[in-house]
Design a protein around this ligand. Sequence first.
Ligand code: SF4
Length: 426
Amino acid sequence: MSTPCLPIAPAAPATRRTRQAQVAWGSRVVTVGGDAPVRVQSMTNTDTQDAIGTAIQVKELAIAGSELVRITVNTPEAAAQVPYIREQLDRMGIDVPLIGDFHYNGHRLLQDYPACAEALSKYRINPGNVGKGDKRDRQFGQMIEAALRWNKPVRIGVNWGSLDQELLAQLMDENALRAQPWDAKSVMYEALITSALESARFAQEEGMRQEQVILSCKVSGVQDLIAVYRELAKRCDNPLHLGLTEAGMGTKGTVASSVVLGILLQEGIGDTIRVSLTPQPGESRTQEVVIASEILQSLGLRSFVPSVTACPGCGRTTSTTFQELAKQIDDYLRAQMPVWRDKYPGVEKMKVAVMGCIVNGPGESKHADIGISLPGTGEAPAAPVFIDGQKALTLRGDNIVSEFHQLVETYVEKRFGTQPAAAEAA
Ligand code: SF4
C-alpha cells in the first residue's frame, strides 16, 4: 500500500459564477445568483382565478421553505386576481415573491392588467410560444416593455416541450449543410440554448440589464439536462434556474430530480431550483419544496431543518421503536421550524441521530449533536443518549420516546436559545 503524501481534499460544490438578479416586492428583495444561496422555487397548481385557494397554497409552499412561488397567469380573469392574491399574502405576513407564468397571451395580459404586472415580482416568458413569425419579436418586446416599466426581472424559460419550432427548423436546415451533420439530439440541444441566449440578447437590446434576465432550458431527461446546462453555463453568466421538467411522480421524479440537480449544483451550476414533481393523489404540493430543500441540504449548500440521521434497521433490531422515533423526531423538527428559524438561529444545522442497535448506534450518535442508540434484539432495554459527542444519560422503560423528545427540546433551548438573531441574506 502506498503512503499518501497529501491529505484527502474534502468534496465541495464548485463556486457559482453568475450575475445577481433582484426579485423584489415592495421593499422586500430575494436575490438570485451571484453570492446568494441557491434558492428554492415552486409553482402552484390551483386555478389562479381562485384567489383565496391560490393564496393559501402559496402560503403553504412558502411555509414549507419555497423562496419564490410561480403562479399561472393564463386568462384575463386570472390576471385580475393577481393583485388580490398579493394582498392576501401581505395580510397573512407571507414574505414570498410571486412570479407570473405566461404563455401565448402574456403581452396582452401585462398590458391590460397593470395591477397584475405591478403585483408580480418576476415574469416567466417562454420564447417558444410568445408568438409566431413577425408577431414573435413584437409580442416578446411588449413583455420586456412591461418588465422595464415595472422594473421586474424576467426568466426566459425555454422548454423542449414547447421549443421555438421556427428556430429548430432553421438550425436543422443549417445542420443539413454541414459536411458532417450533427445528430438530431445535438441540434435539439443547440436549439434550446440558442433560443435562451438569443431571447436574452433581444431583451438586453430592448433595455433589460443582463443580471435581470434569468435563463432556463428545461428538458425531461437527466443526461440531456446535464449536457444542456453545462453548455449554457459556459456560454453566459446570467443567473440560471434549474429543474428537470415533467420529472414525474413519486420515487421516479424524486430520484431523477435529485440526481440531475445534485450533479449540476456540485459543478456550480444553478441559482434557483425547482423539483417539478407530479403530486400523488392526495399528496401535498409542498412535497416538491421538501425535496428541493433536501437536495440543497444534502450537498451542504444550504441548511433548512435539523437533519435526522437514522439507520435503515436490520435483523439486529426487530422492534419498530427506532423507526417510529426517527419519524416522530423528523416530523417534530420540521413542524417547529417556522417558529425556531427566528427563535433559535443556527438550529437548522443541528444533527440528531436515532439508531437501532449497539453496532453503529453509539458511534453515529457521538457524531450528532444529540443522538440516541436504541436497544437491538437481545440487548438490555436501555438507550444511551449522547450529547455533543459525550454519553449524557441512559433512558429506560416505556417512555423512552417522549423522554428523548424532551431532551431534544431542552438541548435546542440551551444551545440555540440565547444567540442573537442572525438573518440570512435575503
Ligand atoms: S445500527 Fe444496528 S440495527 Fe441499525 S442498521 Fe446498523 S446493525 Fe442494523
